[in-house]
Design a protein around this ligand. Structure first.
Ligand SMILES: Nc1ncnc2c1ncn2[C@@H]1O[C@H](COP(=O)(O)OP(=O)(O)OP(=O)(O)O)[C@@H](O)[C@H]1O
Length: 266
């Protein structure tokens, strides 16, 4: 694990008067699993949205594999080799598991009318290859999911839906995968299984860099090589999980957030 795949330099994102990212600078290294931590509202999802071209940063630069990506469209960022999952599920529940996975691969498929009408053999080959790809990917997460490719995504369990989302992000063979709270809404056991899945992905794709936003600290400790902690859009600290978790400023930031939540609830 060496060198940076992505260098984020002085990135600022303003929404009117609110500064969601404030001069943020850090690197993501080749092949690492990086935890992006911070209390609610600290700018984690905004960072994902800026990297993936959903938001246009107000200032700064993001270099991915030697190329500036700030200002690229989400499609161009995906083509460049960065994919993501979302905090809230973005599956089309009425579509099949297969279709949902293949949405992540659509740019590699030929959708032309001429191709579909007149090149029937090539089309059949494309469908067969896509099925093999989706089957291999889904089965690597769960053999049962691999056998349920034709069922609607809405018919499978919560954890399998999350797996479909990760498969959809992986099917285009990205070099950087951004996971936004993949365990949100799942039981502790489902969380544990999903983290096992992510560790297994890492074994199978050793060059892949992963950034994970996660609130479950036990999971973060287990699967990350390094963590970056944000607070009010700024980098509070970075290092191995144990180092950042014992940092007094990090503890203050989390405690402050917990106290204000308690105050709001009272
Ligand atoms: N589109 C937007 N318009 C205005 N403000 C926004 C927008 N997106 C995010 N924000 C604000 O930016 C700040 C950072 O939000 P963000 O969602 O990035 O935090 P987060 O760390 O991901 O939080 P959580 O852990 O709760 O998901 C928050 O104050 C949020 O309200």
């Amino acid at each position: 694990m060496s060198g940076a795949i992505l260098v984020c330099d002085n990135v600022t994102m303003r929404f009117g008067g609110l500064v969601a990212l404030d001069g943020l600078s850090f690197d993501i290294r080749h092949g690492e699993v990086l935890g992006l931590l911070g209390p609610n509202g600290s700018g984690k999802t905004t960072f994902f949205n800026v990297v993936t071209g959903v938001y246009r940063a107000s200032a700064g630069s993001i270099d991915f594999e030697g190329r500036e990506i700030l200002g690229l469209s989400p499609q161009a960022v995906c083509r460049a080799g960065i994919t993501r999952t979302f905090q809230r599920s973005r599956l089309c529940l009425g579509l099949s598991v297969f279709d949902n996975i293949m949405i992540g691969h659509h740019r590699a498929l030929n959708h032309g009318l001429g191709f579909n009408l007149f090149r029937r053999k090539a089309l059949a080959r494309q469908v067969t290859e896509s099925r093999e790809l989706a089957h291999e990917l889904a089965s690597s997460f769960s053999p049962t999911l691999g056998r349920r490719l034709d069922e609607p995504a809405g018919a499978v369990s919560m954890i399998d839906r999350r797996r479909i989302e990760v498969c959809r992000a992986l099917v285009s063979r990205p070099r950087l995968l951004l996971l936004d709270e993949p365990s949100a809404g799942m039981t502790h056991e489902e969380c544990r299984q999903l983290m096992d899945d992510i560790l297994a992905v890492r074994e199978r794709m050793p060059g892949l860099s992963i950034v994970i936003i996660e609130h479950e600290m036990g999971m973060i400790e287990r699967i990350t090589d390094r963590c970056v902690v944000l607070n009010y859009g700024r980098k509070l600290c970075e290092g191995r999980y144990r180092e950042v978790a014992s940092d007094p400023e990090v503890q203050r930031a989390y405690l402050g957030a917990a106290l204000s939540e308690q105050r709001e609830a009272a």
